[in-house]
Design a protein around this ligand. Structure first.
Ligand code: 0A1
Ligand code: ZN
Length: 851
């Protein structure tokens, strides 16, 4: 018997809290199976609420031992989601609620609330985990200062804010915060320590806490933290506001990291890094996530969200800020390309299927399901567009006003847009549609040339998404530059603002017909539909001065070639290969850029674009075409690849600096192609010689891709079996790079491996999540890939619904494929849905995918 469908929560039903909180005092008596949490909460009626009425506190899975109002015991009987104290039992004005509850952190496998990881206690409260710790109005618009006392024999005890006593058993956080930012850590950890002086002279102790043995892998994260603190002062005039900033690395964590006030908690894979164990991509990611969590101190913590529908208020903005930061630390051009590739791979995919939702959703069943690429990455794109539309000065004025006006508040998207309107005088009523309308707009382009005037006609159209059959035009900033036939700039970049469904823009007085470079810098999150010739794409790859569009021209060229190979059996022509050879030989180009430009669209990306063009994608055919093109590229480009492989070698000790990393990326991209012509000889050699993980793993990937990686994989395991983070890479890489016909069997075999600890989210993702990353393997026509993933999701769901539900997105493209694959995937989704006791998280996800 299934439970009744859980209720959806609607943005339109928001009401302010009946009571506000003036202060919270918590005492934790830690015990693995019987932790006691004592709370003292000072409430007062909210003047903004019509009538205070009953006191409703959220609480889940708590054993209530005692409760009192102003010291007098109250008989409170909790229901499944909390407890209600009738108005009649309340004094009328302010009052003090005290309670004692018991919880069992060791039994908490969902990793939400207070749980244990390797003998250490830690918390995860966003979005609604605090209600698993004690009874409380667990909603972000209730902000309060917290004081926390921790009783335990463990040597390290921490919570938010500043320590009150030398033993760190008591912590005081003076900054009012919502409960989702609460954190507690207790364990036997060691610190990598440093200090930072803010520009107004505050001396801040910085600590990164890790398991003994990991302290040698914290230096990079610490440097990244100091760079982030400095950058936020310089660029946003935001200073840190406590005397101490603690970061803790935990091995069992559902997400990347969490911005708890003064006590960030990180998945250890996004903190720990040493040259031998972390790749360049890891270093880059660590820098970005450290920055992201730090930046939340202002965008998220000091100014938070009124309710969870406003999640992008903090996440879109903080992603935009971390993207700006990474661009400043590294290369803006390369960072922009990487961000757009990621946006297309994850957010465009989401926006094009059954899980499509607006950046500000109108309803949800389980908020944990809305920590999505749309809320995060598309949310950041909206802010990038605002930045472009109002200019750097306007943006700065708006942000200054935002911090000034809203510090200490829980805000909405309306508040956010209003600061831009007030600071710049621009009307953003139409812009707001970007927050409310799901789906990726298609931008069609028509051109006209009359001998002196070049006219671009832009037309926008957004396909229907679930619950939104009709779309209205959104304002789209389209950055355009015009090139002359000899590669010069005829017109520098201008931003065309498309606000209607269709609009024309004329460029007058031109000496010759220009070659347009449209959507420079990827100025809006849209799909540009403009047919072009291979010759024009090759021209732009060679001459465009806008690095994004230069990259894009090469990417489109490759996509067109692959499309031709898949749909018409065409052979790859010379245009693409010759253009690539010229690009690779251009020493003026950043090696990191060249490495990206040498890449091909992913198999999932090809499936997406074929589907968009009305074709039925066949993952096996896509894989075969991509393989064939890779071999052709290798054969055609061998001399230049060989030269790059030699020239890009980095002498001396490993440095994760962007320039060296870019050279390695180009060298390894060359290596992977060369493996196709030298039977992996160079890769074998590099695998044996490499003194860093980037090259060792790159060499292993090259060998696995040509089916010659077995011995290297075994050697890799022997070398790294004791290192959990490296072992995750070992699991994932073998599956992701396996030949499609072997991928499912290999995944199954690895789920029987002694090191497959499926309860650990990183390991589960490394194994079960790697199969969908092998598109042709996952989509094996037998349906065995679908079955294997569904089996494991069903198994994980009762223990860890959040991670299981996130991974169900492997199936969200099911309607793209042919009838047989559709039927097989649908059957697996139905099977998941019919599982007894399915979590609310998973129930919502499969329901949205099926209905
Ligand atoms: N706010 C964090 C992400 C995060 C969200 C939810 C979590 O648990 C349900 C954990 C972390 C961030 O943006 O980094
Ligand atoms: Zn965030």
């Amino acid at each position: 018997m299934k439970d009744a469908a859980p209720q959806a929560i609607h943005l339109s039903a928001y009401t302010p809290p009946a009571y506000l909180v003036d202060s919270v005092a918590l005492t934790f008596r830690l015990h693995p199976t019987a932790t006691r949490v004592l709370s003292t909460v000072r409430f007062r009626p909210n003047p903004a609420h019509p009538e205070p009425g009953d006191l409703r506190l959220d609480g889940e899975g708590l054993m209530l031992m005692a409760a009192a109002i102003d010291g007098a015991p109250v008989a409170a009987t909790p229901d499944a989601s909390g407890v209600t104290i009738p108005a009649g039992l309340l004094p009328g004005g302010a009052f003090e609620w005290t309670a004692e509850v018991e919880i069992a952190p060791q039994a908490n496998t969902a990793l939400e609330g207070l749980y244990m990881s390797n003998g250490m206690y830690c918390t995860q409260c966003e979005a609604e985990g605090f209600r698993k710790i004690t009874f409380y109005p667990d909603r972000p618009d209730v902000m309060a200062p917290f004081r926390v006392r921790i009783e335990s024999d463990l040597p390290l005890l921490m919570s938010n804010g500043n320590p009150v006593d030398a033993g760190w058993a008591e912590w005081d956080d003076p900054h009012p915060k919502p409960s989702y930012l609460f954190a507690l850590v207790a364990g036997d950890l060691v610190a990598h320590r440093d200090r930072f002086t803010t520009r107004s002279g505050r001396d801040v102790a910085l600590n990164i806490w890790v398991r003994p043995g990991d302290e040698g892998r914290c230096a990079f994260a610490m440097e990244a933290l100091k760079r982030s603190m400095h950058w936020d002062e310089e660029v946003y005039a935001r200073e840190y506001d406590l005397d101490i900033f603690n970061i803790v690395a935990v091995d069992d964590f559902n997400m990347g990291a969490m911005e708890n006030k003064g006590l960030n908690i990180f998945n250890s894979k996004f903190v720990l890094a040493a040259p031998e164990t972390a790749t360049d991509a890891d270093f880059e990611r660590i820098e970005a996530i450290i920055a992201h969590e730090y930046f939340h101190n202002w965008t998220g913590n000091r100014i938070t969200c009124r309710d969870w529908f406003q999640l992008s208020l903090k996440e879109g903005l903080t992603v935009f800020r971390d993207q700006q930061f990474s661009g400043d630390m590294r290369s803006h051009a390369v960072k922009r390309i990487e961000d757009v590739l990621n946006l297309r791979a994850r957010q465009f995919r989401e926006d094009d299927g059954p899980l499509a939702h607006p950046v500000r959703p109108a309803s949800y069943v389980e908020i944990n399901n809305f920590y999505t690429a749309t809320v995060y990455e598309k949310g950041a794109e909206l802010i990038r567009m605002l930045h472009l539309l109002v200019g750097s000065e306007g943006y700065k004025a708006a942000l200054d006003l935002y911090f000034d006006r809203h510090d200490g508040q829980a805000c909405t998207i309306e508040d956010w847009l209003r600061v831009f309107e007030d600071a710049t005088g621009r009307d953003l009523a139409q812009f707001k549609r970007w927050y409310e309308q799901a789906g990726t707009p298609r931008l069609a382009v028509a051109e006209d040339w009359d001998g002196t005037t070049y006219t671009l006609t832009l037309r926008q159209h957004t396909p229907p998404t679930p619950g939104q059959p009709e779309k209205t035009p959104v304002p789209i900033p389209v950055s355009v530059g015009l090139l002359s036939q000899d590669g010069g700039e005829l017109r520098a970049t201008t931003v065309l603002e498309l606000t209607a469904a269709e609009q024309s823009f004329a460029f007058e007085g031109l000496p010759q017909r220009p070659i347009p470079s449209i959507l420079r810098g990827f100025s809006a999150p849209v799909i540009l539909e403009r047919a072009s010739t291979a010759a024009e794409r090759a021209f732009l790859l060679a001459h465009d001065t806008d690095p994004f569009n230069k990259f894009e021209a090469g990417r489109a060229l490759a996509r067109d070639v692959l499309t031709g190979m898949i749909t018409d059996g065409a052979a790859p022509g010379p245009d693409h290969l010759d253009a690539l050879a010229r690009m690779l030989r251009d020493d003026g180009l950043d090696p990191a850029f060249r490495a990206l430009a040498l890449g091909l669209p992913s198999e999932d990306n090809m499936a997406q674009s074929l589907h968009d063009a009305g074709a039925e994608p066949d993952p096996a055919a896509i894989h075969a075409a991509r393989e064939r093109l890779t071999r052709e590229m290798a054969a055609h480009l061998e001399p230049v690849l060989d030269a790059l492989y030699t020239d890009m070698a980095q002498p001396g000790p490993f440095s994760p600096a962007p320039r060296a990393a870019g050279c390695r990326a180009l060298r390894l991209a060359a290596l992977r192609l060369l493996a196709r012509v030298d039977d992996g000889a160079r890769a074998e050699r590099l695998f044996g010689e490499a003194d860093n993980m980037t090259e060792q793993l790159g060499a292993l990937a090259a060998l696995l891709e040509i089916g010659a990686g077995e011995a290297a994989a075994a050697a890799f395991y022997r070398q790294w079996r004791g290192d959990r983070l490296v072992l995750d890479k070992w699991f994932a890489l073998q599956i992701a790079r396996a030949a499609p016909e072997r991928a499912v069997a290999l995944t199954r075999a690895l789920t029987g491996h002694a090191d497959f600890d499926w309860r650990n989210p990183n390991r589960f993702r490394a194994v079960i999540g790697a199969l969908p990353a092998n598109a042709a393997g996952f989509h094996d026509p037998s349906g065995s890939g679908y079955r294997l993933v569904a089996d494991w999701l069903i198994r994980l769901d009762p223990l860890n619904p959040q991670t299981a539900a996130r991974m169900s997105t492997a199936f969200d493209t099911w309607r793209r494929y042919g009838p047989q694959r559709q039927a097989l995937m649908r059957a697996e989704l139905e099977r998941i849905r019919a599982t007894d006791g399915l979590s609310r998280d998973m129930g919502e996800m499969v329901g949205r995918m099926l209905d």
